[in-house]
Ligand binder design. Sequence first.
Ligand code: ZN
Length: 353
Amino acid sequence: MIEGHAAIDCDIHPSVPGLKALLPYMEPHWAETLVQRGMHELDSISYPNRGPLTARVDWQPESGKPATTLEQVLSQLLDPFGIDTAICNCLYGVQLPFSEDMAAAYARAVNDWIIKEWLDKDERLRASIIVPIQGAEVAVEEIERCAGDKRFVQILLLVAGETMLGRRHHWSIYETAQKHGLPVGIHAGSSYRHPSTPVGWSSYVSEDYVNQAITFQSQLASLISEGVFKKFPELKFVMLESGVTWLPSFIWRFKKYWRGLTMEIPWVDRPPEEIIHEQVRFSLQPFDAPEDEATTAKVLDHLGSDDLILFSTDYPHWQFDGQDVLPKGLPNELIRKILVDNPRATYPRLSAA
Ligand code: ZN
């Protein structure tokens, strides 16, 4: 299906097998203290490692966590799908500790692990810089430490952290990202400082997963309203695993109230959809439209631009079966844009590396 294109997969998830794998990349103090504290379960706090959404059934190994070895990623994803380039977004629990120093130590270890165990071993792989969002100062330090390696093409945040992403205390992170030509990827997930709903904790993973879309909308409203896009006009934000079908109604609603309330946020000096069309992108999977082609075409039409969607498999998560990674009935021109042109336009370092 994606043959004939140099497809760029913008969201794959190599997995840290466990704390032991990171210890060689830790400073001695942290290697010792993390073992003493029993932090080896950090990587399985949020979603169960072998749960149905965490890994597609046929991509689960007989034992251990999925997507922990290069061989798995090659044989299950890159080779059978004919993927030319894949961006590794490692969802380890770096954003969970309350200590900024510990989070920074984890981030350094994960980023160095990604370089040595993945990027150095296959030239098709790129990665996002994992950022200790707990503190802007340590986050900027980590971006500066890694940015010289052009195989890092993005910085990675979770959609739900301690505070709204538009707030000023995050702006030095965005300034550093823009300076280095690194888009800001915002992935589904939480540091669990707050419930995934505005009215308290939900009981089930199903609710939590559905509710991620609400959090994406809240963060997008924050980034627009606080003036982040005006302040950083060269910066792109990529919503990863956000879904896209909520976007048209979000735009319609935001535009209506923006018109009536422009005196409150005068720095938002153009309609929200213009800002989104220029500076926000969305990964393809999980594609949350119904399966019939006519509805898919309507949804894509309502997005108002062919530039927004970036190809992703979300490997090894179970977002589709078999090879059916693209929605049915897409025109060839749009397929090419999703697979190649849009990712290249979003990630300048893909062309530079
Ligand atoms: Zn993902």
